[in-house]
Design a protein. Structure first.
Length: 145
C-alpha cells in the first residue's frame, strides 16, 4: 500500500516530470516583411480608392439634381444641407485618402501588412459616400431615391 502511494504522490525529494527540457533557448519572434502580394494588394486597393474618390464626388454632384423637385412648396427641402454636402464631401474624402495612404505606408515600414489599411481607406471612402447620399436624400425631402 505504501508503494502505491509513492506512485500517486511525489515525495519532497522527487521532481515532477511535466515536459522535457528545451534543447535550445527560445528565440524571440522577429516579424517577417510582408511579401510582394501584400504590396500589390495595397497598391491596387489604394489606386481603386483614388479612382473611386472623384467618381463618387461626381455622383454626389449629380445627386444634387434631386433639389430640382424642391420647387413644390409642399416639400420640405434644405438647401443649406446640400451646400454642406457639396463643400464637405471632397474635403472629407481627401482627408480619408491621405490619412489612409499614410497609414498603409507606416504599416509597411513597420513590417506589417498594409493591405488592411488600404481596405480600411476604401471602406472609409465608401462610408463617406453613403453618408453624403443619405444627407442629400433627407435634405431634398426624399426626391433622391
Amino acid at each position: 500500500m505504501g508503494e502505491q502511494r509513492n506512485h500517486q504522490w511525489l515525495g519532497p525529494d522527487e521532481d515532477a516530470y511535466l515536459r522535457p527540457a528545451r534543447a535550445q533557448p527560445r528565440t524571440p519572434y522577429v516579424p517577417t516583411k510582408p511579401g510582394a502580394i501584400d504590396l500589390v494588394v495595397t497598391a491596387v486597393t489604394l489606386a481603386v480608392t483614388y479612382v473611386a474618390a472623384p467618381l463618387a464626388w461626381f455622383w454626389v454632384v449629380l445627386s444634387q439634381m434631386a433639389f430640382v423637385g424642391c420647387t413644390d412648396t409642399a416639400r420640405n427641402c434644405n438647401d443649406d444641407a446640400s451646400s454642406v454636402v457639396l463643400i464637405a464631401y471632397p474635403l472629407v474624402s481627401g482627408v480619408i485618402a491621405v490619412v489612409g495612404t499614410c497609414w498603409a505606408v507606416a504599416r509597411r515600414r513597420r513590417w506589417q501588412p498594409g493591405s488592411f489599411a488600404a481596405l480600411g481607406t476604401l471602406a472609409g471612402l465608401l462610408a463617406a459616400f453613403v453618408v453624403a447620399e443619405f444627407v442629400t436624400d433627407v435634405a431634398s425631402g426624399g426626391y433622391l431615391f
